[in-house]
Every structure is written in C-alpha cells, then in structure tokens.
Design a protein around this ligand. Structure first.
Ligand code: SAH
Length: 283
C-alpha cells in the first residue's frame, strides 16, 4: 500500500501537473505531493490506461462545463450511480469555487484559510460510497463542510424530508458556504430548514440532529473522533480520511447491533482535521 502511495503522486503529477492549484501554506502539513484531497491510487491507475489520449477535465462554463465534468468522471469509472451523476450535474460547482478559479477541472481549488474545495473526483467518490445512506428522508453530517458543495449534494439527495448538517470551524467559510447554497438549486432546502451549516469543532460532531445515516469527514483525522462514532446510526456509514503523512480513506459501517466494521477504500491526501489555531497558524 505504501509503495502505491509513493509511486502514484508522481504519476498523478505528470498527468495533471499543469492543472494543479495548491496554496503554498498547505505545505506546512508536510505534503510531498502538490495534490490535496486527491484519490491517489485507483483514479491514477485509470488515468494511466488512457494517459496519452486523455482529454483534460477542463470544460466550458455553466451547464456544459458541469455536464462534461460528470461525463469524464463517468468515463473514468469514478461515477457509476445515476443519482450521483444527477446531483453533481444539478448542483453547480461553479457557484462554490472562488471567482476566477477553474470550476470544472478535476483538481482541488484553494478557498482561503489553508483549506481547499476537494477535487470533483473526491466528491464523486465520497458520494458513491455514501449513496445508500443518502436516500430521501435520511440524515447526514458533513464535517469540514468548507464551501458547502458536498453538503449541498447531500441535501439534494435526502430531500426536504431528510436532514443535513454541515460543520466547519472557520466562521468565514461557514458564511461563504451559506451564501453559495443560497445561490444554488439547494437554496430552498436551507430556507425550509432541512439543511443547515454551523460553526463548530467537527471533531465533536453535531449532536442536535444525531444519529446520522451518513457521516462524511472532509479533513484527515489522526484517529476517528469518538463523538462521530457515537453519532453514527446503527446501519449507518461514515467516510473519513485517516492518517497524517500517509492517509487512507476509510469506510466505517456500524451494524444494527452497534458493532463497527472498517475497510480502506483508497489512499488520499487531505488537509488535517485539527484545531482552528493550528489550521490558521501564520495565515
Ligand atoms: N469538503 C469541503 C472542504 C474540504 S477542506 C469542500 O470540498 O468544500 C477541509 C475543511 O475542513 C476546511 O474547510 C477546514 O476548515 C475544515 N476543518 C478542519 N478541521 C476542522 C475541525 N476540527 N472542525 C471543523 N472543520 C474543520
């Protein structure tokens, strides 16, 4: 597994080097890869198969941009679910990235405060893994909600009868995520109260609407925070990147009797799940 982690960033960098946008400050966290929030193994293997013929994940603006971003994610096998394709086409990533950034290119984009919006293929991977727990009427928690893009996707999938909570510890990002959602097709879910975004330490989860069918953590933890395990519903699923330098995307399933099963989905590179002070240090 480790060999894969060491080899794949190089492959990924060759394939995507010219598309990379990473804030310098993030190197504080010891990244040797210029990529953050990237799935470094399965996706890279798929890229290799068609490397020389591959078209950039770069598309025009607006609906055609969204559409070809999703088409590419389908073509490379990242999206296989119709619901995931629909929600990513429906919610415009262009409303969630800072002005002037490439919204539909498959790369993370800096959003300030030493954070990034994850690359589209990471959003798609997490939506795929959580899809069964994002059925209409279900409850989901998005820890490290950042721009609110994935939180908005969750809200559209569970609908007005469901309940989605986003938590981020940077107040400015939470304000920004609310403004982003207000401009989007998920706006009515915010007004009707089935979607809310809060400032808080996501390591504590969000008790008010627990237990959750789905929990997504958008930053890498050194270990799974106990409150998140406690707030996961029996039968529920959590997707969480674990690790510091070497990170793996873990899928945690809680069975009906409360026992926990975990498996590793892939190697990844995320910003850390940490304290606000640590994240903002020197910002
Ligand atoms: N998933 C989001 C953001 C990913 S970046 C998106 O794609 O837009 C990771 C986010 O986790 C950042 O916004 C950062 O502020 C947040 N974060 C890190 N540690 C946190 C903590 N302890 N509590 C809440 N949010 C945290």
């Amino acid at each position: 597994m480790r060999a894969q982690v060491l080899i794949c960033p190089t492959i990924t960098l060759r394939a995507y080097g010219h598309l990379c946008h990473t804030p310098r400050r993030l190197y504080r966290y010891g990244s040797s890869s210029q990529f953050l929030n990237l799935n470094l193994s399965r996706f890279s293997r798929r890229l290799l198969t068609s490397f020389f013929h591959m078209e950039q994940f770069q598309s025009g603006a607006g609906s055609s941009g969204k559409k070809s971003m999703v088409e590419n994610l389908k073509r490379y096998g990242v999206i296989s679910s119709k619901r995931v394709a629909q929600v990513m086409e429906h919610l415009d990533r262009g409303l969630f990235v800072p002005a002037g950034s490439s919204a539909y290119v498959d790369t993370p984009v800096p959003i300030g405060y030493n954070a990034t919006i994850s690359a589209p293929h990471m959003h798609a991977t997490c939506l795929q893994l959580l899809e069964d727990k994002l059925q209409p009427g279900m409850r989901a928690l998005d820890v490290g909600s950042g721009t609110g893009y994935l939180t908005g996707c969750f809200a559209l999938m569970v609908g007005a009868e469901g309940r989605v909570v986003g938590v981020d510890h940077i107040p400015e990002l939470v304000d920004m995520s609310i403004k982003n959602i207000e401009k989007s097709v998920a706006a009515s879910l915010l007004t009707k109260g089935s979607l809310s975004l809060h400032v808080g330490d996501g390591r504590k989860g969000w008790q008010e609407f627990a237990p959750y069918d789905a929990i997504h953590v958008g930053a890498a933890a050194s270990e799974i925070p106990q409150p998140l395990l406690d707030q996961l519903k029996p039968g529920g699923r959590m997707v969480i990147p674990l690790g510091t330098y070497f990170q793996e995307l873990k899928v945690i399933d809680k069975s009906e009797d409360g026992s926990i099963k975990a498996h590793t989905e892939t190697s990844v590179r995320y910003v850390p799940l940490t304290s606000r002070e640590e994240q903002l240090g020197g910002f």
